[in-house]
Design a binder for this molecule. Structure first.
Ligand SMILES: [Zn+2]
Length: 400
């Protein structure tokens, strides 16, 4: 009995000392402070809207930003010592501002402020081509306790800097407006400078890979769209593109409908990340490697609706016509009453019943016509109460 009481007292006593130590001790952290400042980066991504030659109403990226120092947005910032030990972390606001608390057992020889091409919520991280090495950039703060403001530092125009910016625009301007994507668009690996050309998306591995020839393009937004589509509902939609003997995969080539729909869902992100729903000349600019977006009519997501049955009966089999249909579903500038929101699309895909019957996720997967535009239109209505039949026909989707 006495022994038990004694043990209890000892426990309480030890706990009391511990609490006092945590709350009042000044030597638990021998060094601490807040580093404040701004990050900017030199914007060098091609495909901007040129206000001198285009109607940039609703553009989220114009020539005013190109080649200038722009705020680094939505980035994870880390405070580390010279041995790379993590001392604290924070994020940048839309103005590039950060206020980063840090603590260390003793004053480190260096206090470094790192940006490692990483989303503030770690939804996506830019890696080197090996998939494990990281790109990084850092500046030194002073080795002093307390608050210090180190001013503005600029990140030069690396290709992987563009890639980060394209990804953060893809998520924060478009994909992340879907509640479903807020929960699922996480842990994306973005590999830069692959020796292969082109851009690739690997849904099951949540990986985007950008080839050497896609430096400073918007292409990664398209790949982010493939990832979002996959995360909404993995399904068989890539059985091949080469419909009716056509060769060459492009926004205007004829493709099997399931494939054209899948590619259009990816293109939709490349449009939505860079244009608001109120844009009058929204454009798909993902292939431009230098300068402004092309003014080619095929890149224009409002007027290039084709002549349907007269000059191109197979218009519905192209990515660009399908993208225009999808954009008309969600935009607010088509002169129609339909003005759905993006989560209707991702949530509808998520709601698709499994199986290979009509209207099901893997419908007709055996004949390279997997889940296609008309099923999309019908299921958007059935599962999300969005009737898009008028814009379906407006964009030539009725012609096979
Ligand atoms: Zn694609």
């Amino acid at each position: 009995m006495n022994t038990n009481s004694s043990n209890i007292l000892k426990t309480i006593s030890a706990l009391g000392v511990g609490l006092a130590g945590m709350l009042f001790s000044t030597d638990a952290f021998a060094a601490s402070g807040n580093v404040r400042g701004y990050w900017t980066f030199t914007q060098q991504t091609a495909g901007y809207c040129d206000t001198g030659t285009m109607d940039c109403t609703g553009s989220r990226y114009t020539d005013a930003e190109f080649s200038s120092n722009e705020p680094l947005e939505n980035a994870r910032i880390e405070i580390r010592d010279a041995s790379f030990n993590l001392l604290g972390s924070c994020s940048t606001s839309t103005s590039g501002y950060y206020d980063c608390p840090w603590t260390a057992a003793s004053m480190p020889s260096e206090v470094r402020v790192y940006f490692r091409f990483e989303d503030k919520q770690q939804r996506f991280i830019v890696y080197q081509d090996d998939g494990s090495s990281r790109w990084y950039y850092y500046v030194n703060a002073s080795t002093v306790n307390g608050i210090q403001n180190i001013g503005t530092y600029n990140i030069p125009a690396y290709g992987f800097m563009s890639l980060y910016d394209v990804m953060q625009r893809s998520y924060y301007s478009f994909v992340g407006t879907s509640g479903l994507m807020q929960s699922r668009f996480t842990g994306i690996k973005v590999l830069y400078d692959h020796p292969d050309d082109g851009g690739w998306a690997d849904g099951p591995n949540k990986t985007i890979q950008m080839g050497w020839n896609r430096t400073n393009t918007i292409n990664a937004a398209h790949e982010a769209g493939h990832i979002a589509d996959y995360l909404a509902k993995p399904r068989d939609s890539h059985n091949g593109w080469s419909y009716n003997g056509n060769t060459g995969h492009s926004p205007t080539s004829l493709e099997y409908r399931g494939f054209a729909l899948s590619e259009a869902l990816a293109d939709l992100v490349a449009v939505g990340a860079y244009w608001s729903g109120a844009a009058t000349e929204p454009r798909l600019c993902m292939y431009n490697t230098t300068g402004p977006c092309t003014s080619n009519a095929d890149s224009h997501m409002e007027v290039a609706n084709g002549s349907c049955s007269t000059s191109n009966a197979n218009n519905s089999r192209t990515r660009v016509a399908t993208t225009r249909y999808l954009w008309d579903v969600i935009d607010s500038n088509d002169g129609e009453t339909l003005d759905a929101v993006i989560y209707d699309i991702y949530e509808m895909i998520d709601d698709l019943p499994a199986g290979t019957g009509w209207g099901q996720a893997d419908s007709a997967s055996g004949n390279t016509e997997s889940f296609h535009q008309y099923e999309f239109e019908s299921q958007l209505d059935a599962l999300r109460s969005v009737d898009s039949l008028s814009v379906y026909y407006k964009n030539c989707m009725g012609y096979f």
